[in-house]
Design a protein around this ligand. Structure first.
Ligand code: IPT
Length: 942
């Protein structure tokens, strides 16, 4: 970590006997030591609360925005990020690896370090993650030997991947001045397991110099392998838990899949909630807003707080904190579509939600109150009403107590008020508590809060800072609920209520404050033998309006703005990088007299609370251009003579054998992504009746069939050939041969376009799922007497910048029709749209110019408004980047996020439209929409 490194350099200079030259951070001499015990990870002996969120760099093809997202993650109080590394994203073919541009993970790790976020590095080799192949490169499907085992073929393949990624991870470890604090081997390796493989993964990591603790994310509890002991065991076994399931259609669901992380897997390692549910995949087209509801603030309160007190976990990974976009051919088709918003706290368009506020409330608490990093189960105070449930932990050194309060009926919705008989470290108390419905609170007793002694409070702690010798603490409770806080003094202190209604009484060393949580009350307490303290007593909402940022002058607190990205104190000026989504006041608690926000000095006055108060403008209005002047170009079925390969293989490494020969699987011919054209020639006899096709595409995929240039129709591709029960006839379509089309003795050509929606994952580690083919599975022409000779034409991955998963084998993709053309409208082969969409592939293109307000973070999307069921789908190319696929009439996605960086001032928008029927008009109406607009002092430099 940079801060630690700086501290070490400073220490070095104090003790050195020879003149010290300031060492660059990168040459941090590896003196930081990561270790752990049963309670927590430690860095140089200091305990760490690893409160981390999952982020997928491969789902945001705009490295400039990685900073935006990670700053938002940090601003919510996260101390770390959990990062999958996606093998297939970096490797288009065996032995070829790319770590540049949007694949520059070294840049990602540098950024995490710069922002002071610890990293749990998760390079698989298998990652699941609802991405194509579960992160495996598609070429692995042609490698002989079971994946996720010790088989030599697979071993050679993944050894090469780890040989590339491990050294990058290794040089960013905490011990070498970086921020990687743990290394995750494999992913939910729970069934069909092979301990020798797990051992080898760890040996390779150690050989590459990975010296941080090795962790694993176990799935699903029960008897499945969890790698906590025996051969292949890891140092810190973690648990994945998705208690709410993925049924976003029923967002009122309450924990059908369990109670949370309560189990300790090893006595000598901290409890690690490796992936804890923080959103959901949208399995049933409910839309991600419903998934956000399913995993909303009350779920987060009840389940996350329960985890902390039930298990004392000090390592968490919330999956996902920002989901992002499965652009190009990244989606694993059977569970997701383009958007991987995931119903996360930070939306796909990088907006902060009510879930973000809840993360902030909990994250600030978890990372402020240090005694939480070392706790044992303790006796909980007994509630007078048995309908209220309590559970407690205590720090064995400070004796600080943490008491969970919730309903005894986990799903109960009653409004309960009762009293706890609480034996705190500072005496016996009767503490009033209230639990209204699906709520949960962690109450604290016996805590040294800055220079204060918190005896107990039934308000929850957000955070506290010490500014110029005064403690400032934010406590909160639900709007309208009663609150009490007791602080200990040597003698009666002076209590000054600055705002709101707060009653105070002093007796035998205890100052008791009683209030109702409403808005934001302010009380200043001074004297009594302690430094002064300002208590800010808020509601859930007003508490979430605060931001805490670390500076070299200590942490500062800010109230107001839509985001504080960072703060700096220099001399008597505090400088914020902050965003606003409306005109707002800003209040700052910092050791300073002047305020700068977004590069401008803000006039401030000092408040009675001792803070600085100023006003900030909101954003300027965004005006978007209309999408007009479309041009059109048709792609004729299977046209052109170049690029075809004879498809005549008779064997395949896939355990799934084809229905007819030759093997026509796309991967066998090196075409791993997107659409593939096939051409089959045979000598006709005039008696052919039906063309019967089987094709496997993954869910929502299609294929289209022509005979001698005549369109015969389309069908849905299969999901897989072999499943339970076995399906020998996947994606079947029968197309009648039109009378008179084929003539005896003449050449006939059947042309097929098959869409490959992405590759299956390999959760079960059995190859049957993962090595499911894509493309044609079998073709028979009923009545034909001559064999068909096949050719295939697929992707031509030559685009180093956007990578191999950006395009498939459409003629236009191969010839670069999707690439930006600025200025002139392109060649005269692009014409005015004909007013009808013909079955097959046609291309549409327009240019537009953005004139967005400078110094703003504007998030844009593309919205399709067509509500007809016309059969067509659209690959959306923005300046050449495939930002997803719109499926008219299939859904569910109508709005596609277009990140800055991919979007520029001048843009080319190109659609590859695949229509399965003739239809009036083009793929409209379609428009640009604003998904977020913030004035920011930190507009990513794009
Ligand atoms: C678990 C995976 O580890 C993760 O990659 C992702 O797929 C997630 O779930 C679901 O979004 S898999 C588990 C819930 C069976």
């Amino acid at each position: 970590m940079r801060l630690l490194a700086v501290v070490l350099v400073l220490l070095g200079s104090l003790t050195a006997t020879t003149p010290v030259v300031a060492a660059p951070v990168a040459v941090d001499s590896g003196q930081h030591e990561v270790s752990y015990d049963k309670y927590s990870l430690t860095v140089d002996g200091k305990r760490v609360m690893l409160w981390s969120g999952e982020f997928h760099y491969f789902r945001l093809p705009s490295p400039e925005l990685w900073r935006d997202v990670l700053e938002k993650v940090r601003a919510a109080g996260f101390s770390g990020v959990s990062l999958y590394f996606h093998w297939g994203y970096h490797s288009p073919s065996p032995g070829v690896y790319d770590f540049t541009g949007v694949r520059d993970v070294d840049r990602l790790l540098r950024l995490a370090d710069e922002l002071g976020l610890y990293v749990v590095a998760r390079p698989g080799p298998y990652i699941n993650a609802e991405t194509s192949g579960g992160g495996f490169p598609a070429w692995l499907k042609t490698v002989v030997g079971r994946a996720r085992s010790s088989d030599p073929g697979y071993t050679a393949a993944y050894t090469d991947w780890l040989g590339h990624i491990n050294p990058i991870i290794a040089r960013h470890q905490v011990g070498r001045g970086g921020s990687v604090i743990a290394y995750n081997v494999e992913n939910e390796y729970a069934v069909n397991v092979d301990p020798a493989y797990m051992e080898n993964l760890q040996r390779l990591a150690r050989d590459a110099g990975i010296d941080v603790p090795i962790v694993h994310n176990n799935c699903c509890g029960g008897d499945l392998a969890n790698w906590s002991s025996g051969r292949g065991a890891v140092q810190i076994p973690g648990v994945d838990d998705y208690p709410q399931s993925f049924d976003c259609r029923n967002p009122d669901t309450w924990g059908p899949w369990g109670h949370g992380v309560t189990r300790r897997l090893r006595d000598d390692a901290p409890v690690y909630a490796a992936e804890y549910q923080a959103g959901a995949i949208d399995l049933d087209n409910a839309g991600y807003d419903k998934c956000r509801e399913l995993t909303g603030p009350s779920y987060m309160k009840a389940f996350y707080k329960n985890n902390a007190i039930a298990s004392g976990a000090t390592m968490y990974g919330y999956y996902m904190t920002y989901g992002g976009t499965s652009w190009g051919w990244l989606p694993q088709p059977n569970d997701v579509y383009t958007s991987y918003d995931y119903g996360s706290a930070i939306t796909e368009s990088r907006q902060l939600t009510a879930k973000y506020d809840e993360f902030k409330r909990q994250g600030y608490f978890m990372t402020t109150v240090a005694p939480l990093t070392k706790t044992d189960a303790a006796t909980a105070p007994v509630p007078a009403d048995a309908a209220v449930f309590t559970l407690a932990r205590a720090n064995p050194d400070s004796r600080t107590q943490f008491v969970l309060v919730r309903q005894a009926d986990r799903a109960g919705t009653a409004d309960l008020a009762t009293t706890l008989e609480w034996s705190t470290p500072d005496g016996e108390y009767q503490v009033p508590v209230r639990v209204n419905g699906r709520d949960a609170k962690i109450l604290v007793a016996g805590y040294d809060l800055g220079g204060q002694r918190l005896v107990w409070s039934n308000s929850e702690i957000l955070t506290h800072v010490t500014v110029s010798g005064r403690d400032v603490a934010v406590l909160y409770g639900r709007d309208g609920e009663q609150g009490s806080t007791v602080l200990r003094y040597d003698s009666a202190p002076t209590v000054k209520v600055l705002d709101g209604e707060v009653r105070s009484s002093y007796q035998d060393g205890d100052l008791r404050l009683d209030y109702v949580h409403a808005g934001l009350s302010r009380v200043e307490v001074s004297g009594g033998g302690r430094p002064p303290v300002l208590l800010l007593l808020g509601t859930d909402e007003t508490a979430a309006g605060f931001w805490r940022q670390d500076t070299s002058a200590g942490p500062v607190l800010v109230r107001g703005t839509s985001l504080v990205r960072s703060a700096e104190v220099k001399g008597n000026r505090v400088t914020l990088r902050a965003d606003t989504d409306r005109a707002t006041e800003v209040e700052v608690f910092a050791p300073a007299r002047h305020l700068t926000v977004g590069g401008r000095s803000v006039p401030v006055r000092r408040t009675s609370s001792g803070s600085l108060l100023g006003a900030l403008p909101g954003p300027e209005e965004v005006r978007l251009p209309e999408l007009v002047n479309w041009r059109h170009r048709a792609e004729s079925p299977g046209a052109g003579e170049s690029g075809w390969t004879t498809a005549d293989k008779t064997t395949t490494a896939s355990p799934i054998k084809p229905k007819s020969l030759p093997v026509l699987y796309t991967d066998e011919y090196g075409h791993h992504n997107g659409n593939v054209w096939y051409r089959g020639g045979f000598t006709a006899n005039g008696a052919e009746k039906t063309v019967s096709v089987n094709a496997i595409t993954g869910r929502r995929g299609i294929y289209l069939v022509w005979l001698n240039g005549r369109y015969l129709g389309s069908a849905a591709g299969g999901v897989q050939a072999d499943s339970e029960p076995v399906n020998p006839d996947p994606g079947r379509g029968d197309f009648a041969v039109p009378a008179g089309l084929l003539v005896d003795g003449q050449q006939a050509t059947v042309t097929v376009l098959v869409e490959n929606m992405g590759h299956n994952d390999d959760w079960t580690a059995d190859d049957i799922r993962h090595k499911q083919p894509r493309g044609l599975f079998g073709v028979a022409v009923e009545g034909a007497t001559s064999p068909i000779s096949w050719q295939i034409r697929g992707s031509r991955p030559t685009d180093g910048e956007r990578g191999p998963m950006n395009t498939g084998g459409l003629q236009g993709e191969r010839e670069g029709w999707h690439l930006p053309v600025l200025g002139a409208e392109g060649s005269d082969r692009w014409q005015r749209p004909p007013g009808v969409m013909s079955p097959g592939v046609s291309w549409y293109r327009t240019n537009f110019r953005l004139d967005l307000p400078r110094g703003h973070d504007v998030s844009l999307g593309l919205r399709f408004d067509d509500t007809t069921a016309r059969g067509y789908r659209v690959l959306i190319f923005v300046n050449g980047w495939n930002m997803g696929q719109y499926l008219n009439g299939v859904g569910p996605q109508r709005e596609f996020v277009l990140p800055a960086g991919v979007l520029r001032d001048h843009n080319t928008l190109t659609f590859a439209v695949i229509a399965t029927e003739a239809a009036q008009d083009g793929p409209g109406p379609v428009r640009l929409v604003t998904l977020g607009n913030h004035r920011t002092g930190a507009a990513p430099d794009l």
